[in-house]
Ligand binder design. Structure first.
Ligand SMILES: N[C@H](CCC[C@H](N)C(=O)O)C(=O)O
Length: 277
């Protein structure tokens, strides 16, 4: 069976996008891992799957798989590429697109300038939402990692995020602490790990070691989580520009029980067909 796909990226966070509205295929975990391999396969951080909605009020269902084959609840950069994909593939002509994800409904708006604004829903700090093993909800939690005591913010954007403030992202111990925090026993479903440098109240630099994919050039939900945690700690004020290794995202969140909006680019790289074993 030949599977048509489109390779896309959001600030260098790269995706294989597959339309299962007009195609039929079942992708097993092992196949996803093989397709994700940057030498033996296509290579991507996440696989994005477009399906018909289950809720008739929604336009599409959007499923997300990490490079290790694990299915996840949300993907911010992927959501922007999703919006670009369904319009380019003429699966819809709408500029405002409503999608179901495992992490809840998303609204994607294709802007005139080609950038995409995503209503990422409300950040949730309750430890049980991640899940994170903690006695109470606090802006900062102590976490024992490899003999060190770290202070982390914890946020759910539908998917779980730990945010660690650092003096400089250039010298942050991403490769050493990333995996240790991702697999920390207090995160029963693992966690994405953000390393945040506060430049000013309206500007941060961020690197993200992603659950199931390792460090990526950008992470949309990670940018949302870092801003939400930074605002909650009184370090940031709305709006915030997030400088990631792959480029910049704009985050708009008034705080409290309100949706968080993320705006940024979505790029197509190439289309292809691959024979599925
Ligand atoms: N790159 C994605 C995040 C994928 C999240 C995934 N790594 C997880 O396990 O939650 C983004 O732009 O939001």
């Amino acid at each position: 069976m030949l599977l048509h796909f489109t390779k896309m990226h959001g600030l260098g966070n790269d995706f294989m996008v597959v339309d299962l509205v007009t195609q039929r295929a079942r992708l097993r975990d092992e196949q996803i891992r093989q397709l994700a391999d940057r030498r033996f396969g296509i290579g991507f951080d996440q696989l994005l799957v477009v399906e018909p909605p289950r809720d008739p009020d929604m336009d599409f269902r959007y499923r997300i798989y990490n490079a290790d084959g694990s299915e996840v609840e949300n993907c911010g950069n992927g959501a922007r590429c999703f919006a670009r994909f369904v319009r380019d593939q003429r699966l819809t002509h709408k500029r405002e697109i409503h999608v179901e994800t495992a992490g809840g409904p998303l609204t994607l708006v294709m802007r005139e300038d080609g950038q995409v604004t995503v209503d990422m829903g409300n950040p949730c700090f309750a430890p049980e939402a991640l899940p994170f093993d903690a006695a109470e909800d606090r802006p900062l939690h102590r976490l024992e990692v490899g003999g060190e005591t770290l202070e982390i913010g914890t946020v759910s954007m539908g998917n779980p995020h730990a945010v660690l403030r650092v003096d400089s992202v250039d010298t942050a111990p991403v490769e050493r602490l990333g995996p240790m925090i991702e697999h920390h026993p207090r995160f029963p479903r693992r966690v994405n790990v953000g390393f945040m440098q506060v430049v000013s109240p309206h500007e941060i630099r961020l690197r993200v070691f992603e659950r199931g994919s390792g460090e990526t050039l950008a992470c949309g939900t990670g940018a949302c989580a870092a801003v939400a945690s930074g605002m909650r700690q009184g370090l940031l004020e709305n709006p915030v520009t997030v400088h990631l290794r792959g480029g910049d995202l704009s985050i708009d969140w008034p705080g409290g029980d309100a949706p968080l909006l993320m705006t940024g680019p979505a790029e197509r790289v190439f289309e292809g067909r691959i024979a599925l074993a």
